[in-house]
Ligand binder design. Structure first.
Ligand code: ZN
Length: 104
């Protein structure tokens, strides 16, 4: 068997386990995680890379207009593609909410 076939077998096996509802059990969370990982390895095109450039730009703009509510320090995005910002002074993190018809 080649790698792909092995992955396929694993996917089927995990799918069966999920069919039995094992992934819903307390110690079965890894099953759904693993299923997604294998699926991604086999069919990466199912998980298109989202282009986050627009969001990043919008967040950079937002950071220019807003200061930390706690200390008035400057805010920056925690990492590219993230919806979280962090204060460069006191380290407080904030989750930006997605509003309709807006990037933030
Ligand atoms: Zn702050």
């Amino acid at each position: 068997m080649n790698d792909r076939e092995i992955l396929h077998q694993r996917l089927i096996c995990l799918g069966d386990m999920m069919g039995d509802g094992l992934h819903l059990e307390r110690d079965g969370r890894w099953i759904a995680r693993e299923y997604k990982r294998v699926l991604k390895a086999l069919y990466p095109e199912i998980f298109p890379k989202r282009n986050t450039t627009e969001r990043d730009t919008a967040i950079v703009e937002w950071c220019k207009d807003n200061l930390c509510k706690d200390c008035g320090g400057k805010i920056k995005q925690t990492r590219k593609g993230s919806m979280r910002v962090v204060c460069t002074e006191c380290g407080v993190k904030r989750q930006l909410k997605v509003r309709k018809h807006s990037n933030l």
